[in-house]
Design a protein around this ligand. Structure first.
Ligand code: AMP
Length: 176
């Protein structure tokens, strides 16, 4: 079995001084590592009742689309501002090392559809909570949120749990 945490490379001081960047490109390029990552998510969600997987640009697309394909679900992109061609709703948020704006098509989700939200990593939770807000604004119901990496000391997973949502992560790193 591949050790997912060991396959994730840490790049200190990227993109800013003091940030330990947990780089999943080394996990994705490892055939066993990538397979194991998706297989663990398949095992976790194969018997769950939900309608869509929403992935956050860009690393959430890689994980979310592989999982959506494997589970026979539709995939919904949550994109950076200005990329989606249709009518969108928009949310700005702060993340561990800055701020950003994300969007979703306003007709992406039928009212009441259950959505699994996926991204590579949760730090302060700003990005994921922004995406949750968007999904709920367009009528979706958050079924659960899933990440490869949790940085528990930054408190994002707890914030999402405090909002009443479930959080699943394949591994944790201490510190920032
Ligand atoms: P946050 O909004 O603070 O939870 O940050 C999560 C988002 O920013 C995810 O989309 C991550 O890809 C990225 N991110 C934040 N901190 C890190 C980190 N230390 N290493 C890698 N990616 C990070």
């Amino acid at each position: 079995m591949a050790d997912i945490a060991k396959l994730i490379r840490t790049i200190p001081h990227y993109p800013k001084e003091g940030i330990m960047f947990r780089d999943i490109t080394t996990l994705l390029k490892d055939p066993q590592g990538f397979k194991e990552t998706i297989d663990l998510l398949i095992a976790k969600y194969k018997d769950s009742r939900f309608d869509y997987i929403a992935g956050i640009e860009a690393r959430g697309f890689i994980l979310g689309s592989a999982l959506a394909y494997a589970l026979g679900k539709g995939f919904i992109p949550v994109r950076k501002k200005g990329k989606l061609p249709g009518k969108t709703v928009t949310q700005s948020y702060n993340l561990e090392y800055g701020s950003d704006t994300i969007e979703i098509h306003d007709d992406a989700i039928e009212a009441g559809s259950r959505v699994l939200l996926i991204d590579d990593l949760i730090a302060t939770g700003g990005t994921a909570i922004g995406a949750i807000t968007l999904i709920e604004k367009v009528g979706g119901v958050i079924f659960e949120t899933a990440f490869v990496v949790d940085l528990p000391e930054l408190g994002g997973a707890k914030k999402i749990q405090d909002l009443g949502h479930k959080v699943f992560a394949l591994c944790e790193f201490s510190g920032h």
